[in-house]
Design a protein around this ligand. Structure first.
Ligand SMILES: [Zn+2]
Ligand SMILES: [Zn+2]
Length: 98
């Protein structure tokens, strides 16, 4: 039997339940659970198995100033200045770190 924690039975409150089916409601993942104790079928939100990282730094993807392409590679790095080349329009440009 598959044990699911975090989604207690709505009738008896026990967590000894089995997943019957999974579906999506309004973009949220939900699952139908059958309580092994009282047999009640109820719906619960799927508990996230992977905890989000504690600190997230936003990475802004470099874009070519000529054509706006993200197909950009770094050719040279010197201190805070980097040289880039666009893989689409072959334009060379620089960026400076803040
Ligand atoms: Zn129950
Ligand atoms: Zn470009």
């Amino acid at each position: 039997m598959e044990r699911v924690t975090g989604a207690a039975c709505t009738a008896c409150g026990c967590e000894d339940s089995q997943v019957v089916s999974e579906s999506r409601w309004w973009g949220e993942a939900v699952e139908r659970l059958r309580c092994a104790n009282c047999g009640v079928i109820y719906t619960a939100k799927v508990v996230e198995k992977i905890a989000p990282p504690k600190s997230v730094v936003k990475y802004i993807r470099m874009r070519c100033p000529g054509c706006g392409s993200k197909n950009v590679r770094t050719t040279t790095t010197r201190g805070t200045i980097r040289w880039h080349k666009c893989g689409d329009c072959q334009k060379n440009f620089q960026s400076v770190e803040e």
